[in-house]
Write a protein that binds this ligand. Structure first.
Ligand code: V47
Ligand code: SF4
Length: 368
């Protein structure tokens, strides 16, 4: 069957042969995949590669988010979430308020708490470390995946440590891994235009490298579908692939489609579903050393998230329980994102895949 796909691959035949032979794609190969409109070919190639990595399995977990604050010292132009301290809809939870959120999940088989928020001017790593430590007194068995490299950079500097010291302190407080946010687009010219004041690309990569070296695995992401070109996307994937060759510390990659409501780049339209699906396929094919590609349904919507499984994604994140506002504030159709385990199972199985509940490190908990 893949032989027929290769025979019909037209000008992508040499790239298709490389994929079939398990060879690494070059920068030019990646760009030529992006330039193709042959979606069924891209789907077949990405599925072929996904099958070699995770077979028919598609993973999900039981999780909820804590967003400590939406007050942020930075001004990313794509952000619909950030507020100033005195804005009517700003929030800034203290530790007891966040522990109250956790109390609601006692006894519910939650395996992961995901913590991401704005970069608050006065919070440092000891505040967040104490939060992590206290969450584990309420939910002792959860894995805490928390704080983007951008938040880490600020909170560690604010407390007067270097990156390696800061990460070790957070790990000692109980932090287990780091989410993929804050990567946006690594190309320096584009980054300057859309989020010029926050951690530069080299620093994002250095923080993830230091995390991997400290025994903290992480995810990576790419914010795409705004002013970047295909070449910028491949450059981004290339920098991640290189770091992964060095450390092996990335578990999953999350392509984050730019949503354009209520922010300073709203004049830019959103890309269509074909572009979203194509991007999943190219990411799966180019990132040959990152095991999992996440189709993040609170941002994509359930329907597109499900379709992405046929374009190489093998993870649909978690149950969420209406605990994140980042994407609804940016215009996602999922205005109160929440899924039960049986809904997650149905979403995966009705697309022809095998649902697998996982923990945060992709150990399998139950195959459905
Ligand atoms: O870095 C902000 C993105 C990220 C918009 O590791 C936007 O499992 C689209 O870290 N349109 C934070 N995206 C989210 C994040 C995350 C999400 C899901 C899973 C994981 C994981 C991590 O949200 C930011 C930014 O790239 N974002 N605004 C927007 N308008
Ligand atoms: Fe702040 Fe994050 Fe929004 Fe940027 S994306 S303004 S760092 S909350």
């Amino acid at each position: 069957m893949i032989e027929t796909v290769i025979d019909n691959a037209g000008n992508l035949k040499q790239v298709a042969i490389k994929i079939y032979e398990g060879k690494r794609l070059t920068f030019e190969d990646g760009v030529s995949l992006y330039k193709s409109d042959n979606l069924s070919l891209l789907a077949s190639l990405a599925l072929f590669r996904k099958n070699r990595i995770s077979g028919k399995k598609v993973f999900f977990n039981r999780n909820f988010h804590i967003e400590p604050t939406n007050i942020c010292v930075f001004g990313c132009k794509f952000c619909s979430y950030r507020r100033k301290k005195d804005d009517r809809d700003a929030w800034d939870f203290d530790i007891p308020e966040m522990l109250n959120i956790c109390e609601r999940y006692v006894g519910q088989s939650i395996t992961e708490v995901h913590i991401v928020g704005g970069v608050h001017p006065r919070r440092d790593l000891h505040f967040y470390g104490e939060l992590v430590q206290k969450i584990k007194t309420v939910l002792p068995d959860v894995h805490i995946k928390g704080f983007t490299a951008v938040e880490l950079d600020y909170m560690i500097r604010n407390a007067g440590y270097d990156i390696a010291q800061g990460l070790k302190i957070l790990k000692d407080y109980g932090l287990d891994s780091i989410p993929g946010g804050g990567a946006e687009i690594f190309d320096e010219t584009v980054r300057r235009k859309i989020c010029g004041d926050k951690a530069p690309s080299q620093l994002w990569l250095r923080i993830h490298e230091a995390a991997h070296n400290a025994g903290l695995p992480s995810n990576a992401s790419m914010l795409y579908g705004h002013i970047e070109t295909y070449e910028h996307r491949i450059d981004h994937l290339e920098r991640l692939r290189r770091l992964q060759d060095k450390t092996g510390g990335f578990n999953a990659f999350i392509p984050l489609k730019y949503k354009n409501a209520n922010n300073s780049m709203s004049n830019i339209g959103e890309i269509n579903a074909a572009e979203v699906l194509k991007n999943f396929a190219v990411c799966r094919l180019y990132l040959d050393n990152i095991p999992h590609i996440k189709s993040y349904w609170p941002m994509l919507g359930k329907n597109t998230a499900q379709l992405a499984l046929s374009f190489g994604a093998d993870d649909v994140d978690g149950t969420i329980d209406d605990s994140t506002k980042i994407y609804s504030m940016a215009g996602s159709e999922e205005t109160s994102p929440s899924m039960t385990v049986s809904e997650m199972i149905k979403l995966v199985s009705s697309a022809g895949f095998t649902p697998v509940e996982r923990d945060s490190l992709y150990n399998e908990i139950k195959i459905y």
